[in-house]
Ligand binder design. Structure first.
Ligand code: ZN
Length: 413
């Protein structure tokens, strides 16, 4: 499941007709030209697409019937009749998205321009509860979002889900056995597709989080890394606007890179992994040995914020270890931006100080001078926003719009 590419649209039980009506082919292209501001009248569209005006008119009518295009008035240019100015209507559908995390899930509902239709909401339920219970809670939360947005299931055009990486799942243990097993190969997309009757895309949470930050605040960044420093340390990689999942969905799993000289045992079976040394879980364990009552990455962050010296020192030291591993990544990928996210990043300046210390000492100077390291601006919403962005881009792709209109016309003759 976790190794699924970030944005594969899988059809639900009543799949979109695989054959596009010839009268609707390239309708998606019309929408794209209008949506991106490259054309707004029939004449401009016909010129851009190198087709007859009548061909464009037929597709504009279909898009208008479906509500995706509307008229924004008329303009008079030179001689001839006034031309209707077309506009994209983002209210023509809803995209639902969710981020399934290790201890809870977060959901959102968005219009087709990515604007939230209701406040994003969280539900506490651990992944260890298993896919059946987690998905039941997810459907309840998604339906509540629709109600809050004043919309219905019939308005939903796509559903995007971010899930923990496989390795992250494998670190969650219940009663001694890995909680990942029931999730591996569980048909998340098919199950939700049956319920909402729309395409569902499932991607790794970290990649979606990085994508959300890239689209919202760093559209010009050719390489952006999303670094999560919570219970474990992991990365999401976005290159040229695309999430890089790697050959088997494990790109960015830097938490299992060995730290020189460290011998702490990691859940993966190796010793000295970055997670076992600098993950929030490992820090909490060390602080407990020093007499502090703390059992999570969140707790570590709280202690550091409260000014507990030892907690701050541990977080800074973790930052140094993470920075050392990150230096290799910076040398390899030459990122423009590294966005840092997670409980340990919330703990104040200590983590950033440690990170930068190692990064500037160990990275290629030109590459480390170039990179901007910043705290997440989307915060807890990054994951759901990323899943929504990725899904909306798929839903609005030219090929998908052709299919959507074909299906719409078949159902509304
Ligand atoms: Zn490991």
């Amino acid at each position: 499941m976790a190794s699924a590419p970030a944005s594969v649209l899988t059809d639900g039980p009543s799949p979109l007709r695989p054959v596009v009506s010839p009268r609707l082919s390239r309708a998606g292209e019309v929408l794209e030209l209008v949506r991106t501001g490259r054309a707004s009248t029939i004449t401009e569209l016909a010129t851009a697409m190198n087709v007859a005006r009548s061909t464009v008119t037929e597709r504009v009518e279909a898009l208008t019937d479906r509500g995706l295009l509307s008229s924004r008035g008329e303009i008079v240019s030179g001689r001839g009749r006034p031309a209707t100015v077309l506009a994209f209507n983002p209210a023509a559908g809803v995209v639902l998205s969710a981020q399934i995390g290790m201890s809870g899930l977060r959901v959102g509902a968005y219009d087709l321009a990515g604007a939230p239709l209701a406040a994003e909401e969280s539900t506490d339920i651990p992944v260890t509860a298993g896919p059946d219970r987690v998905l039941a809670a997810l459907v309840t939360a998604l339906d509540a979002q629709l109600v809050a947005a004043g919309r219905a299931r019939a308005d939903v055009l796509g559903l995007g889900i971010g899930v923990p990486g496989r390795i992250e799942l494998e670190t969650a243990r219940e009663g001694g056995s890995a909680a990942a097993r029931p999730w591996i190969d569980f048909p998340v997309a098919e199950r939700l597709g049956e319920i909402y009757d729309v395409p569902v895309s499932v991607g790794r949470g970290m990649g979606l989080l990085a994508m959300a930050e890239q689209r919202a605040f760093h559209p010009d960044a050719s390489v952006l890394l999303g670094l999560k420093v919570g219970t474990v340390v992991e990365c999401g990689v976005v290159i040229d606007g695309k999430i890089v999942d790697g050959g088997s969905g494990l790109a960015g799993e830097i938490g299992h890179t060995p730290v020189p000289g460290a011998d702490a045992v990691c859940v993966c079976g190796n010793t000295g992994c970055l997670n076992a040394v600098a993950g929030g879980g490992a820090i909490a364990e060390r602080l407990r040995l020093l007499g502090h009552e703390v059992d999570s990455a969140r707790g570590v962050a709280q202690l550091a914020q409260q000014g507990v010296v030892e907690a701050g020192r541990q977080v800074r030291e973790a930052g140094r270890h993470i920075g050392a591993v990150l230096a290799g990544t910076v040398n390899l990928l030459n990122p423009d931006v590294i966005v840092v996210w997670g409980y340990l990043a919330d703990s104040g300046d200590q983590l950033f100080a440690g990170l930068q210390e190692s990064l500037y000492r160990m990275g290629v100077p030109a590459a480390t001078r170039h990179v901007t390291i910043e705290y997440t601006r989307l915060g807890a919403d990054a994951g759901v926003r990323g899943a929504a962005v990725s899904t909306t881009e798929d839903v609005l792709s030219a090929a998908h719009i052709d299919l959507l209109l074909t299906r719409w016309q078949a159902e509304h003759p």
